[in-house]
Design a binder for this molecule. Structure first.
Ligand SMILES: Cc1cc2nc3c(=O)[nH]c(=O)nc-3n(C[C@H](O)[C@H](O)[C@H](O)COP(=O)(O)O)c2cc1C
Length: 178
């Protein structure tokens, strides 16, 4: 049995990205899923002076340990003004102070969604370019446009999108179990 973490790149209580990450992770076979809610890992705004004065907060260490203990990661990124949300970027900055290669070469399924027609495609592209430098092994990626039109817990309503997502999930699954 493999252990994976599902994480939405957002601190919204009702994050659509947390929903998508959890949905996709739960479709991976022979796998135990831990859903991470960023709200359970509150962190002060990163600053070099704060780090020097107070060190690294326990929640950053906990997040780092959860990544370390996992066999794979399903991450769905929320997009704010074309980029990472401040809360998620802040968490990444803290964890990167413990381990610059914070994604630790674990297989990653990289997702993004938004209520709009681009489905967070801009932040997804940024992460695809950036994360390999931070130790990510991005196996597959997928952006779901117009979340509220397309998402249901029973499956993605649009057949083409459903097929593309299932293919990405199965590529991730193969890498995880290989
Ligand atoms: C400050 C702010 C900026 C946003 N910028 C974008 C954007 O650039 N692209 C986009 O697709 N959606 C944008 N949105 C809409 C988000 O995609 C939407 O709030 C979505 O629910 C965020 O994902 P989450 O529910 O997982 O937090 C923005 C929302 C906020 C509050």
């Amino acid at each position: 049995m493999k252990n994976i973490i599902a994480l939405g790149g957002s601190n919204s209580k009702n994050s659509i990205n947390k929903k998508l990450a959890s949905y996709a992770a739960n479709k991976v076979t022979e796998t135990e899923v831990t859903v991470i809610d960023l709200n359970d890992f509150e962190l002060p705004l990163y600053g070099v002076d704060l780090e020097e004065a107070s060190g690294i907060p326990e929640n950053a260490t906990k997040l780092n340990s959860m990544i370390e203990a996992s066999d794979g990661i399903v991450l769905s990124l929320a997009e704010h003004n074309g980029s990472f949300t401040a809360a998620f970027k802040n968490a990444v900055d803290w964890v990167s102070r413990i381990d610059p290669k914070l994604w630790k070469n674990k297989p990653m399924l990289l997702l993004a969604t938004s209520p709009g027609g681009r489905g967070g495609a801009t932040v997804l592209q940024s992460a695809k370019a950036l994360y390999p430098h931070q130790g990510a092994n991005v196996v597959a990626d997928f952006s779901l446009p117009s979340f509220y039109d397309h998402f249901s817990e029973e499956g993605i309503k649009d057949e083409t999108l459903n097929t593309v997502l299932n293919k990405a999930i199965s590529e991730f699954q193969n890498e995880l179990h290989k």
